[in-house]
Design a protein around this ligand. Structure first.
Ligand code: DAH
Length: 350
């Protein structure tokens, strides 16, 4: 047998090569790597065997180098294992769904309301949210300085008034669409309009926001009477709040309708009885919720829209989307301003 002496230098080179090999490993399983490098028949043991071929005077130094190599391999493999534990992905594990957004509750309500009226032939109309005083008040039988206007807490735009149209206002209600719709159809009924839009009033507290939404229905044709109005309200109540819901109209006063009514819907939590399990229903207290106004279109409004009141009659109704929606959800929102806040915990509930 030929005795081949190995020099310290070549051992050092062999050690370096081994370290580099580990640094460039493509195998990622720490267990396999451990066996490959530090296992019984692993690369480290293979290399250690060479110590017997080192000249006796260098053996001590060779032993040190090999020890250092072992330590280094152990540390590197240990780190790999740690890393691996963090990166561990179980591909069969059910994934976490990314958070999914949804429409704002008021937008959801607007879509639903539009769909409900679409089914009975109403067409959604859109009219300016910044409009002339004439459409918001004047054409609705409220001449300038009429005291009824005070109810609307209107924002007026600080620009000179137009002689015929008056000042520019942020629409305080969707009724500004009534005469606009009559004009659009050049005074030629039938009209079956649903106008849903933003409205603005100088009011801000726990039950009011300065910007809110209303929806306005307008039907004009020959022979339209209060029964058509009542039937429409009942239909909406059932579609929006559920089959058992009823509507109720009570005499009231608006300048643009005659007769005028306030509209109530039966509470769908206590089914209009005012009682839940023998206790007073804490949501409605009386069995009914007041929602808005309605009536038969005033002849002066028809005239303003170029429609002959002797030939045609009509009904109209209008009220707030926010209120309609919170009633449906049975929500006693302490502060309605939450709807227009950035409180995501609130919105995530819908
Ligand atoms: N515009 C009224 C308001 O904001 C609500 C209303 C009442 C609308 C009677 C109508 C109506 O169309 O006929 O208070």
């Amino acid at each position: 047998m030929v005795y081949m002496e190995i020099s310290l230098t070549s051992l050092e080179q062999a050690i370096q090569t081994l370290e580099q090999q580990l640094d460039h490993e493509t195998e990622l399983d720490p267990q396999k790597l451990n066996t490959k490098y530090l296992g019984k028949r692993g690369l480290f043991n293979e290399l250690s065997k060479q110590i017997k071929d080192i000249s006796p005077k260098d053996r001590k130094q060779a032993g040190k180098l090999l020890n250092a190599l072992k330590n280094s391999l152990q540390t590197k493999l240990g780190n790999l294992q740690l890393h691996k534990a963090e990166d561990w992905v179980d591909l069969t594990f059910p994934g976490t769904l990314p958070p999914q957004g949804h429409l704002h509750p008021v937008s959801q309500a607007i879509e639903e309301i539009s769909e409900i009226f679409k089914k009975i032939g109403f067409t959604r109309a859109r009219y300016p949210e910044v409009d002339w005083d004439y459409y918001a008040f004047g054409s609705l039988n409220m001449p300038p300085d009429h005291p009824a206007r005070d109810e609307w807490e209107t924002f007026f735009v600080d620009l000179p008034a137009d002689k015929k149209m008056g000042k520019i206002v942020l629409t305080p209600h969707t009724s500004n669409g009534q005469v606009r719709e009559m004009e659009r159809l050049k005074g030629k009924p039938p009209i079956r309009m649903i106008n849903i839009a933003r409205c603005y009033r100088r009011q801000q507290d726990v039950t009011h926001t300065q910007m809110f939404h209303q929806f306005e229905g307008l039907v004009v044709d020959q022979g339209i009477n209060i029964q058509h109005l009542k039937g429409t309200l009942d239909y909406f109540a059932k579609e929006f709040y559920g089959p058992g819901t009823k509507s109720r109209i009570r005499p009231f006063h608006f300048q643009f309708t005659e007769p005028s009514f306030e509209v109530d819907f039966s509470c769908h939590l206590c089914h209009g009885t005012g009682l839940i399990g023998g206790e007073k229903c804490s949501f409605c207290k009386s069995g009914w919720h007041e929602v808005g106004g309605a009536g038969m279109v005033h002849p002066n409004v028809l005239k303003a829209g170029g429609i002959d009141p002797n030939k045609y009659t009509g009904f109209a109704f209008g009220w707030g989307v926010e209120r309609t929606y919170t009633l449906k959800e049975g929500l006693n929102i302490d502060d309605i301003r939450l709807l227009y806040s950035e409180e995501m915990r609130f919105f995530e509930q819908f």
